[in-house]
Design a protein around this ligand. Structure first.
Ligand code: ADP
Ligand code: MG
Length: 252
């Protein structure tokens, strides 16, 4: 098999002195979709943030490899340019910056271009907005300012589509969405994958419904900062029926 796109080896991290990830191993190859499930507080967002290079977390042991290269010392900026993307669980609003301005900057930075034609960005943006069922007026609105939950999430998928990352983390991009919005998000992810078949995806979710739409190759259960079980989509169905209790460590 080819070299993994992303590999986490025995990853440990802490924030504000408390340990959160306690030895995570994960291998994502090109084109694979992995689902990461687990109870609240297990460390799912932390894992995504640490891979992205969030400065609030300290890697205390283990390694993160992107195409075989140890990226531990890279800034979030460098990681983004190298093709790692994170759709936030709670996207921030940035007033004063419109969606189109933001995306133009982000794409230019990702593609290492000094300048990018506004027209070119706008055309691609409009095309993707249509595919994602977004009102074109969105392009001019300030980033996430007054956006509903569903609009914020679609906007994250829009960013993913335009940035065309090598590996995308989607952190509960489905939470708070009704079933129609969830389908749009899932369809968006599928469409991006059709155009970029080599893209790896790690989707953090609680919903089997989303997984039915996205069809992950692997499902992992994170409990207490450790992956306690990995399997196929059947694992997600088991969780839906039994909850996470089966996977929690037995406390004596
Ligand atoms: P999940 O996404 O699985 O719900 P998180 O990764 O958000 O879990 O959080 C895992 C644990 O780490 C929680 O107990 C949370 O309070 C703690 N934690 C997360 N981020 C920080 C941080 N920046 N500082 C301190 N504690 C944190
Ligand atoms: Mg989370």
């Amino acid at each position: 098999m080819s070299e993994p796109l992303l590999e986490l080896r025995n990853l440990h991290c802490e924030a504000e002195g408390s340990s959160i990830l306690r030895g995570v191993d994960l291998v994502v190859h090109e084109g694979e979709v992995h689902a990461l499930m687990g109870p609240n507080g297990a460390g799912k967002s932390t894992l995504a943030n640490v891979v992205m290079g969030h400065p609030g977390y300290v890697v205390t042991a283990g390694q993160i490899f992107l195409r075989g290269e140890d990226i531990a010392s890279w800034s979030a900026d460098e990681r983004a340019r190298a093709g790692i993307f994170l759709a936030f669980q709670y996207p921030e609003a940035i007033s004063g910056v419109s969606v189109v301005q933001f995306l133009r900057q982000a794409i230019a930075s990702r593609k290492c271009l000094e300048e990018l034609s506004v027209l070119e960005v706008r055309l691609e943006l409009m095309e993707w907005m249509e595919r994602l069922g977004m009102d074109p007026a969105f392009a001019e609105r300030h980033l996430n300012d007054g956006f509903s939950g569903g609009e914020r999430k679609r906007n994250e998928v829009l960013q993913m589509a335009l940035l065309a990352p090598d590996i995308a983390f989607l952190d509960e991009t489905d939470s708070g969405l009704d079933i129609d919005a969830l389908r749009v998000v899932a369809r968006g992810v599928r469409t991006v994958r059709t155009e970029h078949p080599a893209m790896g995806v790690v989707v953090v979710t609680h919903y089997v419904k989303l997984l039915e739409e996205i069809e992950p190759d692997h499902v992992h259960i994170l409990v207490d900062g450790q992956i306690v079980r990995s399997g196929g989509p059947e694992l997600a169905v088991q969780i839906e029926h039994e909850g996470y209790d089966t996977f929690r460590p037995v406390t004596l």
